[in-house]
Design a protein around this ligand. Structure first.
Ligand SMILES: [Zn+2]
Ligand SMILES: [Zn+2]
Length: 184
């Protein structure tokens, strides 16, 4: 098999009796081997992911309900400071028995299916983690960002901070010659 066989997101549910109503609890953690998220905010390789969930036998498969805890690293969209974003997100997915897979392939695309006793939680966990991440991460709601003129952090600048508007005639417009303008 390929390396996916070793995926830490796969959980073997052989201890769970296949009778509706039976339930087992699981908890484990592992370092991620592929980044999750976007470059602006991502769970980097090596970051520990903790999973805690219960698996319940239902008529058509196994319902998995739990939470994922980890953290993502990124950059504040306003001041560019590094940020560490805590993730604590609940998730719930139904994993169907292969025998209960419907005949309709379109419908099956949306569903998770057990591989024997094994449920692959990767997509469920990735989706839950990404769902919990803000689209525009900021270091704090109070972040004042950067001065658009000098790029310094507003929080570190004096209360009264501004830039004199430089007259373009004295600015860095080398080669600018007033007599060559469109003026007639
Ligand atoms: Zn910030
Ligand atoms: Zn400034």
């Amino acid at each position: 098999m390929n390396s996916k066989a070793q995926s830490p997101f796969k959980v073997n549910l052989h201890e769970l009796p296949r009778r509706a109503g039976e339930m087992r609890e699981y908890a484990f953690s592992f370092p991620v081997t592929e980044p999750i998220g976007v470059p602006l905010l991502q769970i980097t390789v090596g970051t520990e992911i903790s999973l805690q969930f219960k698996a319940e036998s239902v008529d058509d498969g196994v319902l998995i309900t739990g939470e994922v805890k980890t953290h993502a690293k990124g950059e504040c969209g306003r001041c560019l400071d590094p940020i560490d974003f805590a993730i604590d997100q609940r998730f719930q997915e139904l994993y169907l028995y292969v025998s209960r897979k419907s005949e309709n392939p379109d419908e099956d695309d949306e569903l998770f299916v057990l591989d024997g006793d094994v449920a692959d939680l990767e997509i469920a966990i990735r989706d839950a983690a990404i769902l919990s991440m803000p689209v525009n991460p900021i270091c704090s709601q109070e972040c004042e960002g950067l001065c658009p003129q000098c790029g310094e952090k507003r929080a570190e600048l004096p209360d009264v901070h501004g830039h004199e508007v430089v007259d373009p005639r004295w600015g860095g417009l080398s080669g600018w010659n007033p007599s060559s303008g469109p003026e007639k």
